[in-house]
Write a protein that binds this ligand. Sequence first.
Ligand code: C5J
Length: 221
Amino acid sequence: MKKEIVAQPYNLKFDPKTTALIVIDMQRDFVEEGGFGTLLGNDVSLLRAAIKPCQALLKAARQAGLRVLHTREGHDPSMSDCAPTKKARGNLKTGIGDSGPMGRILIRGEKGHGIIPELQPLPTEAVIDKPGKGSFYGTDLDLILRNYGISTLLVCGVTTEVCVTTTVREANDRGYECVVASDAVASYFPEYNRMALEMIQAQGGIFGWVTPSQHIIEAIS
Ligand code: C5J
């Protein structure tokens, strides 16, 4: 049975059977003190504001029996899947693949690469390891969503203007309808967060829909 989410730029009808929650990159390296985000000079408390709303969405999605997927940005320890341009970007003293307080930065298996304890995936939930900003590039996400029969994505995680937005744009081009939970996404730069959310819903929802997580929770519960 179709349900409706109160959202911008207009309410979205959706079928819970074909709807999944995707939690983007809630990894220690981005969200915890001592990770990649801190080494880049960012204030991780700005991202941590998204944890509670993500937890509420996760709980509601699990209770409603929705599919849940998680993504992690990172690389094989060999770095063979890391574009040399990505590694070189920023001329960082300590960058991707280098050792930091939480192990090698954004390397699979290292502490910093892991999803934060507050949002641990269940064994039944797919975890997508992605080498890029978008969750579709270089991953099986499209295959997995099609196997599950998913056409609507409820999106939360970090960071809004980088991995969240890139994923939403990739999904939109592949025919998925994305609803971004405005308080369950975050950026190190509040102005970019605001602008990214505006861009998604601009021009009649050019990339998707935006709404507070409470409206999503009310619609799926
Ligand atoms: C970044 C992300 N910002 N998950 N990654 O490099 O947004």
